[in-house]
Design a protein around this ligand. Structure first.
Ligand code: AMP
Ligand code: GLY
Length: 424
């Protein structure tokens, strides 16, 4: 088979890495890819949101299956376009991708089908939003309705801060059109976890548990980021809780989408808040998590290609995925200054030393090649992912890898995976 992976971050590197191991696969292409992906796939210089060019490429190369990494092409309707052209593609169509693309859409879905989540209200009028915040009090969460690159959520600790956030979103339009409407949500306390399930719109195939680290600094301090590290399995998701998430969240969500005439196929990402052993949904995403994909795909023993193809063809019959009985931990190395502004173009050294290590893979996210040298070119730069018999062993492996890699300003958290250790 010829497979095209769309995207060029750590998630797509992990997907291309896993797909390339399949005996079914002859060639992996990645658009646009990155210097790490170029070691195992043919990188094609087409942006992930250039759907016309991606479609032409897939037709010309007679691609058997296209796998979409990021949310933007999904919300732009890449799946609808490929399907109309008779091409197999993994991911939800434009209507179903609203589950991530519109917070109002996903909140209404959860309300309609009794899926546990925070209480909320949606507003297109600034004064009504402010009145609601004053009535509810703080802490309270303000969300721009549309996609805002992970920055459209403000967890406000005071009423003044919440009103300021509404004004930023609705009056100053800091997130552009994403802020035409706001969702105001009850603050949920607890521990976050990420849960993923493959689905063909009817059948589901859940993945192993995982946990992200959203804040920039150790001990979950500082502003939110796209994710500074992840591990799998996540002990906060006990066997009982795993079953409850599948039964009370994943199944009714997929059934509800189908019932509403908007069947969802691809991978469903459920962001969870867990408190006293009870799960509630923080958000849905229409794609794999990044960095969660990195430890999850490293632990996946089953061939992923038949699963991706079955989801795309609406014929998912597989009942379980085999996992290596190990833990995997991914430490994200980011550019200095992230999530604020940062400098690019610094040479990254030590990558070859880590490539020679067993049980460690460096997934590239924001790197590029400059005069034959790998340099930092984005906010999150590398995901150093280690595998071991236990979370402690995987943490040690990942940080052994991190210690070999250097560039000016590189930053990373020192406590990735510690929550799992604390649970013993
Ligand atoms: P989202 O983009 O909806 O995932 O939100 C980003 C982050 O904001 C989440 O990962 C949580 O850390 C936090 N967050 C979002 N909604 C809530 C909520 N209702 N209560 C507490 N924290 C939240
Ligand atoms: N790890 C967070 C995300 O992929 O949105």
């Amino acid at each position: 088979m010829k497979i095209l992976v769309v995207g060029g971050g750590g998630r797509e590197h992990a997907l291309a890495w896993k797909i390339a191991q399949s005996p079914l696969v002859e060639t992996v292409f990645c658009a646009p890819g990155n210097p790490g992906i170029a070691h195992l796939a043919k990188c094609v210089d087409i942006a992930a949101d250039n759907i016309d060019a991606l479609l032409d490429f897939a037709r010309d190369e007679v691609i058997d299956l296209t796998v979409v990494g990021p949310e933007i092409p999904l919300t732009l309707g890449i799946v609808d376009r490929f399907q109309a052209a008779g091409l197999d593609i993994f991911g939800p169509n434009q209507a179903a991708a609203q589950i991530e693309g519109s917070k109002g859409f996903s909140k209404r879905l959860m309300e309609k089908y009794g899926i546990p989540t925070a209480a909320y209200a949606s507003f297109t009028d600034r004064d009504q939003a402010v009145a609601y915040i004053e009535e509810q009090g703080a802490p309270i969460v303000v969300k721009a309705d549309g996609l805002a690159a992970g920055k459209g959520v403000i967890v406000a600790t005071s009423v003044e801060q919440a009103i300021g956030a509404v004004d930023d979103i609705m009056l100053d339009k800091v997130f552009g059109a994403a802020g035409a409407s706001v969702v105001i949500e009850e603050f949920m306390d607890g521990e976050e976890a990420s849960f993923f399930a493959f689905t063909d719109g009817t059948n589901i195939l859940p993945l192993a548990s995982s946990q992200d680290h959203k804040r920039i600094f150790d001990n979950d301090e500082g502003p939110n980021t796209g994710g500074m590290g992840a591990y799998s399995p996540a002990p906060v998701v006990t066997d009982d809780l795993y079953g409850e998430i599948v039964e009370t969240i994943v199944k009714p969500t997929i059934a509800g989408m189908a019932k509403d005439g908007c069947p969802y196929s691809g991978i469903l990402y459920v962001g969870l808040m867990i408190k006293d052993g009870k799960p509630r949904v923080v958000e849905f995403n229409a794609r794999f998590g990044d960095p969660e994909a990195q430890p999850l795909l490293m632990r996946m023993k089953s061939d992923i290609v038949p699963v991706l193809q079955a989801c795309a063809r609406k014929e998912l019959r597989q009942e379980a995925i085999d996992w290596y009985d190990t833990a995997a931990v991914c430490v994200v190395m980011a550019s200095g200054g992230y999530p604020g502004s940062y400098d690019k173009g610094f040479e990254i050294t030590g990558l070859e030393d880590v490539m020679a290590m067993d049980d460690v893979v460096v997934f590239h996210a924001g790197t590029s090649l400059q005069d034959g040298r790998v340099v930092n070119a984005g906010c999150r730069v590398l995901g150093v992912t280690g595998m071991g018999e236990s979370v402690a062993a995987a943490i040690a492996k990942a940080y052994d890898g991190v210690a070999k890699i250097r560039w000016d300003g590189a930053q990373f958290r020192k406590d990735i995976g510690r929550k799992a250790l604390n649970r013993g």
